[in-house]
Write a protein that binds this ligand. Structure first.
Ligand SMILES: Nc1ncnc2c1ncn2[C@@H]1O[C@H](COP(=O)(O)OP(=O)(O)O)[C@@H](O)[C@H]1O
Ligand SMILES: [Mg+2]
Length: 644
């Protein structure tokens, strides 16, 4: 996140907004504890004064009375402090809980383009370390600030009232530590910020170590990884040392400033010698001088600590201030041609193919073509409109029209002017060299990113006219490496759907070739899959993902190299499950297996972010272009076993 220096006030305001609903308990707690502090000081001063007077007057009665007051007052204060402390701590925990919730809700809402630019370790540390700082800001420093202010100012007033001359002298001597502390405030804050930053970097390195464990081990990168983590750890050490250094400097200066209090004690002693009736007040002054000195002496430190923890609050607020995903994407302002709607443009395009087709002396629907949409012969079989697409008014599942996209911070487009149609119940295969834009296209279709221009229509309705939640419901998606949540196999197959009952779930698992291995797990469907499904093999994870897709039963199926990272044996099982999933379902499949591609009703060849060829297998082979070359190389890098 860019490190601009926003004012402290907006950050504080944002945090205080979270405190607002719990402000009553918080204020009562802070004031209660502050008052207790002030009261205890004045109370002790009074007791000391009375005791001294008792000693001077040799009055046992006075001593007995003072003892009673002392014990009674102290017991009362213990209960008082306990009550206020509870109020304070509860209100802070509730506030921090609200911030925590706002944070994770924000993480679920930040556009993917924004998240991708940040390291997960950084985002994580914002919800842990930084959040803890917010808590400590509210719990520690603000409380300390209020406490010190309360008892300091209260005692100062009491001192002046007790004896103006001694009181003023006490306050003057108390100011000295402030002057000594002042120069340390900024260095302390900077050292604190630096420490935070180095720790956040270290968290990122650690998260790389943990998440990249397989790569690190098999590539023998342990030395390299240890060096990187070690370097980061040394930075934390250095920043910590610097922080300790500055703190120590302040502490030494603070200790020296104690001399000013001692001067004050001597001064009141001299006044006591000159006028013995002032002795009780002088004794009380020694007690009261403490909070006054603390007021001036520790304010600098407290403010520095507030500043340090404000750094954490800032990191939290930065996340909270990120924009969320819109309800629906705004239609881009660039239109393909002025005065022409997307649909009209599409129709013009279709007309163009027809003309081109006849020029070549064959019907438009039969021949392959480069760079232009290709329609399959005949109308697709009418497909029953699933519940999730009621309100969509066309039978054509998907129409991608002149779609272009560029990733944030990328200077070259990942997709340029892609147009095609997914017909009902048909299979369309997407092939092409790595980096050609296939995955990007699939993600864009699902509405994971806002298109830069162009349109996607599902069942006749534009992505710009549909809420993202409704839109994403239209698709089932099986990526190359399916993500499983920490939880049971059962929960993972459900994938957040309402539970249709164990029979349905088992049926889906059977169709996905997953039932057998699940039943063989120690706890069957209740087995825990570990983080990201670490306890399962790649093929098993994919089959769970397929079961999930079967259960979800969305009208459009998107497969992105779902078998690419599997060994031959589990590939066969997964492929078998996929074939069942794809049967009669509108499917866009990014494929590297020739058999999948050959059976497709249409093949789109993507390279450099555009569709360079389209047609059926035989037609494309006859073109002797990119496709035939890809087939020769084994489609997308992975040599397949099937022969052409
Ligand atoms: N999250 C991303 N941020 C920036 N650029 C990306 C991102 N994902 C992919 N790209 C780039 O977009 C292009 C297309 O990538 P991709 O769609 O993954 O290709 P394919 O799936 O065909 O291999 C590549 O140049 C890739 O580097
Ligand atoms: Mg890909």
């Amino acid at each position: 996140m860019e490190r601009q220096e926003p004012g402290r006030l907006p950050i504080l305001k944002k945090i205080l907004a979270f405190l607002k609903p719990h402000a009553l308990g918080y204020a009562a707690g802070i004031i209660g504890i502050g008052f207790a502090n002030f009261f205890m000081n004045v109370f002790l001063a009074r007791i000391l004064m009375d005791l001294t007077r008792g000693i001077m007057e040799l009055s046992r009665q006075q001593l007995a009375l003072t003892t009673e007051i002392m014990v009674g007052g102290t017991l009362f204060m213990v209960i008082w402090v306990f009550g206020s402390g509870r109020l304070l701590v509860f209100s802070i925990h509730r506030t921090v809980n609200d911030v925590r919730r706002a944070l994770f809700e924000k993480y679920l809402d930040i556009p993917l383009g924004e998240i991708e630019q940040r390291h997960s370790g950084d985002l994580l540390s914002r919800s842990t370390t930084s959040l803890r700082q917010v808590s400590s800001l509210l719990m520690g420093e603000v409380q300390m600030f209020m406490n010190t202010a309360f008892s300091g100012i209260g005692s100062a007033v009491y001192m002046v009232r007790l004896d103006p001359r001694m009181g003023m002298a006490g306050i003057l001597c108390g100011v000295v530590p402030l002057l000594v502390n002042l120069p340390f405030a900024n260095p302390l804050r900077d050292a604190g910020m630096k420490y935070q930053e180095t720790q956040a970097t270290f968290t990122q390195r650690m998260s790389d170590l943990i998440n990249g464990r397989d790569t690190i081990r098999h590539m023998n990168l342990t030395g390299y990884a240890a060096e990187r983590a070690g370097e980061s750890s040394r930075m934390v050490l250095r920043a910590g040392m610097r922080q300790v250094g500055v703190s120590a400097g302040r502490s030494v200066a603070g200790s020296i400033s104690v001399l000013s209090s001692q001067a004050f004690f001597i001064y009141v002693s001299i006044l006591g010698i000159q006028n013995p009736s002032l002795i009780p007040a002088a004794v009380a002054m020694v007690q009261l001088a403490n909070p006054v000195r603390r007021l001036f002496g520790s304010m600098g430190g407290i403010i520095a600590a507030i500043n340090t923890n404000m750094g954490g609050a800032q990191r939290v607020v930065e996340v909270l201030d990120l924009p969320g995903e819109p309800v629906r994407y705004a239609r881009p302002e660039v239109s393909p041609e002025p005065g022409q709607t997307d649909m009209e443009a599409h129709q013009t395009e279709l007309a163009a193919i027809a003309t081109e087709g006849s020029e070549a002396g064959e019907p438009a629907s039969a021949g392959p073509s480069r760079h232009l949409p290709h329609r399959l012969p005949g109308q697709a079989t009418p497909w029953e409109i699933p519940v999730s697409v009621r309100g969509f008014d066309d039978l054509t599942p998907l129409r991608v029209s002149d779609l272009s996209f560029r990733y944030q911070r990328s200077d070259k487009p990942a997709l340029t002017g892609v147009s095609f149609v997914l017909e009902s119940g048909r299979r369309t295969a997407l092939v092409g060299p790595s980096g050609g834009g296939k995955s990007t296209l699939v993600k864009l279709i699902m509405g994971l990113y806002p298109p830069t221009c162009g349109d996607v229509l599902a069942f006749g309705k534009s992505i710009y006219d549909t809420s993202l939640t409704d839109w994403r419901r239209l698709f089932s998606y099986v990526p190359q490496d399916a993500f499983l949540f920490a939880g049971t196999v059962y929960e993972n197959i459900l994938g957040g759907l309402d539970d249709p009952g164990p029979e349905k779930v088992e049926e889906a698992a059977r169709l996905a070739n997953a039932h057998e291995f699940i039943a063989a797990l120690p706890d069957g469907y209740s087995s825990l899959v570990g983080e990201r499904g670490a306890t399962l093999s790649g093929g098993q994870r994919q089959r769970i993902a397929i079961a999930r897709a079967i259960l979800r039963d969305s009208p459009i199926l998107l497969l992105d190299e779902a078998t690419a990272s599997l060994d031959t044996e589990s590939e066969a099982l997964v492929q078998d499950a996929l074939d069942r999933l794809m049967a009669n379902r509108t499917t866009l499949v990014v494929a590297h297996r020739l058999s999948t591609v050959r059976e497709a009703d249409e093949i789109l060849v993507m390279a450099g972010g555009t569709v360079v060829e389209r047609g059926r297998h035989a037609e494309l082979m006859a073109l002797c272009g990119t496709y035939s070359q890809l087939v020769e190389e084994g489609l997308g890098g992975k040599k397949t076993q099937d022969s052409v």
